[in-house]
Write a protein that binds this ligand. Structure first.
Ligand code: FES
Length: 116
């Protein structure tokens, strides 16, 4: 079980998930890496990634409305900051995992935490 927190690049292995030009600004991409469902956002040219699972009731959050850097869970309205995973509004009790993202060689790469 992963802890709910923002992961640092040095504790991750980066996995390519898409060509950067497949996810233009304003778009989002749903990917599965191992047993993680992840949503990647391109917000004004910057990429962010969070787990696509609300901490309130395990609902998918990636399809929710995006307001600046805030994703609104479509089920019960919890809000999270996609940059950090931080909870901004209940009913979610804890943050969602936020993964580092980099663009290298034209590819979007998501940092997946190494497991012991
Ligand atoms: S499942 Fe997201 S707020 Fe309830």
């Amino acid at each position: 079980m992963l802890a709910y927190r923002r992961y640092q690049p040095e504790e991750c292995d980066f996995v390519p998930v898409a060509a950067a030009d497949e996810v233009p600004p304003g778009e989002r991409l749903f990917v599965t890496v191992g047993d993680l469902d992840i949503v990647v956002f391109n917000i004004a040219g910057q990429f962010f990634a969070i787990e696509d699972r609300c901490t309130h009731d395990d609902g998918p959050i990636g399809e929710g409305d995006l307001e600046d850097y805030t994703i609104v869970c479509p089920r019960h309205g919890a809000r999270f900051d996609v940059r950090t995973g931080e909870v901004l509004a209940p009913p979610a009790p804890v943050p969602v995992p936020a993964f580092p993202v980099r663009v290298q060689d034209g590819q979007v790469q998501v940092g997946i935490p190494r497991r012991p």
